[in-house]
Write a protein that binds this ligand. Structure first.
Ligand SMILES: NC(=O)c1ccc[n+]([C@@H]2O[C@H](COP(=O)([O-])OP(=O)(O)OC[C@H]3O[C@@H](n4cnc5c(N)ncnc54)[C@H](OP(=O)(O)O)[C@@H]3O)[C@@H](O)[C@H]2O)c1
Length: 256
């Protein structure tokens, strides 16, 4: 009797869990279908938004995946990327937002990246700056929506531009024109998007292949061990190098 009750309870729990999973995945799929497929024909009237601002400016941190301290010219690059990828977004928003709020309409589109959706090791700084754009956009959208202003965050994967050294386009890598056309169709339908169907599917799969637990673990190997061994030579500021030599100097003194 007791056993059969436990069995029934477990069956019900399994059924509820499965239903929840199926429902949430179906909702995701339907929303994605509306945003990326139906939006080609069933578009929002973009004119009704009035003023537009696109925070597009952005730079990468290093051409290849690199451990944080192995990035050449680290000191300057840190200031450059913070100014370009983060501060410019804040300052441009500060400039355009008051007018939009006054007119009770407007759209601000902020370019983040798939790299900003989760912390990516060896793309650490770029990933963080883009994560910043994502959080800023989501919070600001919540603040501004009732004032008639929409803030959308676009998080692409690969688009062939100067930033990606105009790489060859294919089913995964979009041309800038195609990407922009598809991304504009999503305005008014979602406030956070990969921008196009191909990137939305890639983002979904990436999330399954590279779960957060794996990304945050130490299991991912460094991209280039050689870079790490040059660490002290290339990027450590002089005073830090002297500091790291200090224990040896002290040892010598103790001996003498
Ligand atoms: N391409 C991709 O695969 C990809 C993927 C994910 C996210 N994104 C993001 O999408 C946005 C656009 O990137 P993109 O691929 O179009 O790159 P892009 O072709 O290199 O364009 C970047 C833009 O930023 C401007 N810029 C760069 N540094 C600047 C500075 N210090 N001061 C003023 N302007 C500066 C560039 O101006 P100039 O033309 O004068 O150099 C250019 O107009 C970026 O925020 C990027 O992070 C791109």
């Amino acid at each position: 009797m007791k056993d059969s009750m436990i069995y029934r309870g477990l069956t019900l729990l399994g059924f509820l869990t499965l239903s929840h999973l199926v429902l949430s995945q179906s909702c995701k799929l339907l929303k994605g279908f509306r945003v990326h497929v139906l939006s080609r024909w069933w578009r929002k009237d973009l004119k009704k938004y009035g003023g537009w601002a696109v925070n597009n400016v952005g730079i990468t941190f290093a051409r290849k995946s690199t451990p944080f301290l192995s990035t050449p010219d680290l000191d300057k690059k840190l200031s450059d990327i913070v100014n370009c990828n983060m501060l410019s977004v804040l300052q441009m928003t500060r400039i355009v937002l008051p007018g939009m709020i006054l007119r009770k309409k407007g759209v601000i589109i902020n370019l983040s990246s798939e790299a900003g959706s989760r912390p990516y090791p060896y793309k650490t700084v770029y990933s963080c700056t883009k994560g910043f754009v994502d959080y800023f956009s989501r919070a600001l959208n919540a603040e501004c929506q009732r004032k008639g202003v929409t803030v959308q965050c676009v998080m692409p994967l690969l688009v062939s531009t100067n930033l990606t050294e105009n790489m060859k386009t294919n089913i995964l890598v979009k041309t800038a024109e195609d990407f922009t056309r598809e991304a504009l169709n999503t305005v008014g339908l979602t406030n956070r998007t990969s921008g196009c169907l191909s990137h939305a599917i890639q983002s979904y799969l990436l999330d399954k292949i590279l779960p957060d637990a794996l990304l945050s673990s130490s299991l991912l190997p460094p991209p280039d061990e050689e870079d790490q061994s040059k660490l002290g030579e290339t990027t450590q500021p002089k005073n830090q190098r002297e500091e790291s030599q200090l224990p040896a100097v002290l040892r010598q003194r103790e001996k003498s």
